[in-house]
Design a protein around this ligand. Structure first.
Ligand SMILES: [Zn+2]
Length: 365
């Protein structure tokens, strides 16, 4: 029996909630985490029509990219579509989960899906996040060093880019005196003790802290584990906003625009003036990506594919880059496929469906 919390925990292995922006509301918005999952419907937006689709298709969990509840709800009387969606979901025992900016911020997330649709190579995060890495230092009797390290690795510590099991250690002497009430693993109460210990250092991501400290305390032989954690200012290259990569072949500007249109199934592209440059390096950001323009320029992108650009913001391209606004819905609609393929790798005992509803509130005449 698979419970809703099994699904949400699995989603959060890809996109931990702690990686969402402070203004966001990703997570389980409606529903009981201990309910059994009967079917999952994946959508970009959770509208009333989508809730109806879930009812009709026997799905009791909707996974959306955009959180239906974003600001606080003070009343629930159905006066707007947000309240009506929540009421309809609750009445019909349907849970709603959103994976939003946390899914934007990870490798393999929303922006990597856009890069995949465009066939980009060597894709990486455009604007890596800072202050998400920590360093753990601990002191372990030499003969227990490997066991503790293995436990730390198992819990996710020691990963740097494509390298795992990264650590540093030096041997030294630890000293302590157990006092009354102590039950020391080594030594005797009220006697000074010296032990050959390793000082072990590993790196970890901030959201792994609880798991890793639990693993440390479980694997370490001492009653009181000596350790310290410190924050690092290093960029975490695997987490951040936008993505950048290269096309297999260099394209003329108009060929690129046609390619973009076909690859993302667009009816229209709003773009800045063409300058006759060739296109190879492409920066992307699903939804409103204007804040990444300077990162895209600095990293040599020839074009920036994003959405939600306003008139005056187009001037900022200054002939250094071509901004392509392809529409918010159009830029993120393939997130449905991303979530479905990720869930399908692990779960096969119920339907995982793609919503057939076009929830785009913007229409083109
Ligand atoms: Zn969006």
């Amino acid at each position: 029996m698979i419970l809703i919390k099994d699904i949400t925990n699995y989603m959060e292995r890809l996109a931990p909630l702690s990686l969402q922006e402070s203004y966001d509301n990703a997570g389980l918005i409606v529903g009981d985490p201990s309910e059994e999952v009967k079917g999952i419907l994946c959508t970009l937006d959770c509208t009333e029509v989508v809730v109806e689709e879930a009812i009709q298709s026997g799905c009791n969990l909707i996974i959306a990219h955009h959180p239906i509840v974003f600001k606080g709800l003070k009343k629930l009387n159905g006066k707007n579509y947000v309240e009506r969606v929540v009421i309809k979901a609750i009445k019909n025992d349907i849970a709603i989960y959103a994976s939003h900016t946390n899914l934007d911020h990870v490798e393999g997330g929303v922006n990597f899906k856009i890069a995949e649709k465009l066939g980009l190579q060597n894709v990486r995060i455009l604007q890596p996040k800072k202050n998400l890495l920590k360093k753990l230092v601990t002191f372990v009797p030499v003969e227990h060093g490997q066991k503790v390290l293995d436990a730390l690795y198992e819990a996710g510590a020691g990963q740097i880019g494509d390298y795992k099991n990264c650590s540093f250690r030096v041997e030294g002497t630890g000293t302590f005196r157990p006092t009354g009430g102590a039950n020391p693993f080594i030594g005797t109460v009220d006697q000074d003790e010296e032990v050959k210990e390793f000082r072990i250092e590993v790196i970890l991501q901030a959201h792994q802290e609880y798991m890793i400290l639990s693993a440390l305390k479980k694997a370490h032989p001492y009653e009181e584990v000596a350790y310290y954690l410190s924050n690092l200012e290093n960029d975490l290259a695997q987490v951040g906003a936008g993505a950048i990569g290269s096309l297999d072949e260099v394209l003329e500007e108009t060929s690129f625009l046609q390619y973009l249109k076909d690859a993302m199934a667009l009816s229209t592209i709003r773009h800045t003036p063409l300058s006759g440059k060739k296109i190879q390096k492409v920066a992307v950001c699903g939804g409103a990506g204007g804040f990444l323009l300077n990162d895209a320029i600095r990293q040599g992108a020839d074009v920036f594919v994003t959405a939600d650009y306003k008139y005056h913001e187009f001037f900022d391209a200054e002939n250094k880059i071509i901004i392509c606004d392809i529409g918010h819905y159009e830029s993120e609609v393939y997130t449905k496929e991303l979530i479905i393929s990720y869930l399908s790798e692990k779960f096969s005992n119920f339907a995982i469906l793609k919503s057939q509803v076009n929830t785009n509130p913007v229409q083109y005449f």
